[in-house]
Design a binder for this molecule. Structure first.
Ligand code: GLU
Length: 553
């Protein structure tokens, strides 16, 4: 037996299976030509960043638009970062945006699919089988360096202005003989396993990234850790083993991994495997004053996907907006196909931003307003109710007690050629519709009305009481408006703005002053949807009561 084989047995006596067994256990997938196999691979840290949602949407779309498979793999090799129910939290958060996986984790201790386990902490045997093979082939070795020794090496390298790391002559245990290793093991020293790099940084490798194009790197020559002291792999080794055995075709991940690509190339080479395609995503950016910065978990509440649920952004709004960030031509597609599901849009990695897309809340809200303006009152009502039942129970009760009224309110200027775009999220509905509800309106006017400052109380009173006489709830829009105009003229206010502008002195004011007074009496707002519709929905009794009440002030 060669020394390498002996060493492999010495380090991994418990590993009895062979790499070939695993290759057979997880065969090539039979999928149509061009089908992508993608994976979303989060650590269960409990926080789902908007960037995670973006990556998972790209994963899901690339797979499903090509007839492929998208699976969820849990990267839980760092037990320190794990939180309770982290896996459920991720699944739920993504499900909330219609990201569904064909395979992978379905809960903390549940999964589906033939390529599992999909939890890295349960794959120790698999990783060690392949590490054992690398040791046998002189492509890996145990390293016994303690933290202090590593610091000492780093300090010397800094002093000599050399590339930091564990490589070449600095790799103390790289050249250890079997006997030396046995001696270390006899001292019961813990060890990591390192790749025995055969690379030379003078040689170049080229990554053909599907977003960023060709990028040249020096070859890896670092003996990086592939297996930690606890027997679990580092990210790098797990990436190679899992993406190979799970037959991933496209690795979509944050571009913070770009600098590790040379190592990943060497790992795939050492293991004798074909590399997957890489799709490196730049971080989502936002404007902070004049400068751009990464959307930050710490600074920006909108970095958490839970924010969009809490605020009540419709799922479609967030997905449409993210698709806009992924491919800017989505916007034109949406304009041409306003009613198609966004899954009909085909995403293209080549059109993705190389430098990082700019997240813009205003734009998201505009996209959302457009989407909500196209919904029926019934849909808006139902979705608002679902949201309010979780986040605003009082409002949920109010609208479900007055369902017909609430739907009529939400039907104002909807279903027409130019629907209003007041609502961008479900939390906007209560402030938008507040004045329609007597109890909310009473509270809102408790401190007085937001009336024009330049009009006397007597004038206001006379405008409102006079209007009581001509108001007829049966009037259609034209008749209603003609009456308002005639009423203006009768009070000495211009019903025609052109006339008014030509000769302001001839009038007490204009139709805007009259309508404004009525509007404030009924809604305590300076601007509202069409007043004829508002009054229709409020109904005769409410309108009369409010006019009278405001007239007393
Ligand atoms: N667990 C890694 C991360 O969260 C996954 C990166 C990858 O998709 O390969 O960054």
């Amino acid at each position: 037996m060669s020394d390498n084989k002996k060493l492999a047995e010495l380090l991994f006596p418990h590993i009895k299976r062979t790499p070939e067994e695993f290759e057979k256990m997880y065969p090539e997938r039979t999928l149509p030509d061009g089908a992508c196999v993608t994976r979303f691979a989060p650590s269960p840290t409990g926080f789902v960043h908007l960037g995670n949602l973006l990556v998972s949407l790209i994963d899901e779309r690339l797979a499903h638009q090509s007839g492929g498979v998208c699976y969820l793999r849990i990267e839980d090799t760092d037990k320190k970062r794990e939180v309770e129910n982290g896996i459920e939290g991720i699944i739920k958060a993504l499900e909330g945006f219609n990201i569904a996986f064909d395979e992978g984790a379905t809960g903390s201790n549940a999964e589906k699919g033939q390529y599992g386990s999909y939890k890295q902490s349960e794959r120790a045997e698999i990783y060690q089988t392949f590490v054992k093979k690398l040791v046998e082939e002189d492509y890996a070795y145990p390293c016994f360096c303690a933290e202090e020794e590593m610091s000492a090496i780093r300090a010397k390298q800094e002093e000599q202005k050399l590339t930091p790391g564990y490589y070449g002559e600095w790799a103390v245990h790289r050249g250890f003989t079997l006997e030396q290793i046995e001696a270390e093991l006899a001292k019961e020293k813990s060890f990591v396993v390192r790749l025995k790099s055969k690379g030379n940084p003078e040689n170049k490798i080229v990554l053909d990234d599907l977003i960023k194009g060709e990028i040249e790197f020096p070859e890896n020559n670092q003996d990086l850790v592939i297996l930690k002291t606890d027997g679990l792999p580092t990210y790098h080794f797990a990436h190679a083993v899992d993406d190979h055995l799970m037959r991933t075709t496209h690795v979509v991940r944050g571009d913070e991994w770009l600098s590790s690509v040379p190592l990943h190339f060497e790992l795939f080479k050492a293991l004798g495997w074909e590399r997957p395609n890489y799709v490196h995503i730049s971080p989502v950016m936002k404007m902070d004053g004049e400068s751009k910065r990464k959307l930050s978990k710490r600074k920006d509440p909108e970095a958490a996907v839970s924010y969009y649920h809490e605020q009540g952004y419709p799922v479609q709004s967030v997905r449409d907006y993210l698709l806009n960030l992924i491919n800017s031509n989505f916007e034109d597609w949406r304009r041409e196909n306003p009613d198609k599901p966004n899954t009909d849009f085909i995403i293209d990695t080549q059109r993705m931003s190389v430098s990082g897309s700019l997240f813009d809340m205003v734009k998201l809200t505009d996209v959302s307003k457009e989407i909500i303006s196209r919904m029926t009152a019934e849909e808006v009502y139902n979705l608002t109710l679902v949201w309010a039942e979780q986040y605003d129970k009082d409002f949920a009760k109010l609208i479900s007690d007055k369902e017909t009224y609430a739907k009529a309110i939400l039907g104002i200027e909807r279903g027409c050629e130019k629907p209003r775009k007041d609502i961008g999220k479900w939390s906007d509905v209560q402030p938008y519709a507040l004045y329609f509800f007597d109890e909310l309106f009473a509270a809102n006017t408790a401190g007085g009305y937001d009336l024009a400052e330049n009009m006397s109380k007597d004038e206001i009173k006379s405008i409102l009481t006079g209007y009581l006489d001509i108001y007829n709830a049966e009037d259609e829009h034209e008749e209603w408006f003609n009456k308002v105009k005639a009423y203006c003229d009768s009070l000495g206010y211009a019903s025609n703005m052109k006339d008014y502008k030509k000769n302001k002195e001839a009038y007490k004011g204009n139709i805007g002053d009259i309508m404004g007074t009525i509007r404030v009496a009924l809604t305590n707002r300076r601007s509202t949807p069409d007043m004829h519709q508002v009054m229709r929905v409020m109904g005769y009794d409410r309108v009369i009561e409010r006019l009278k009440k405001a007239a007393l002030i």
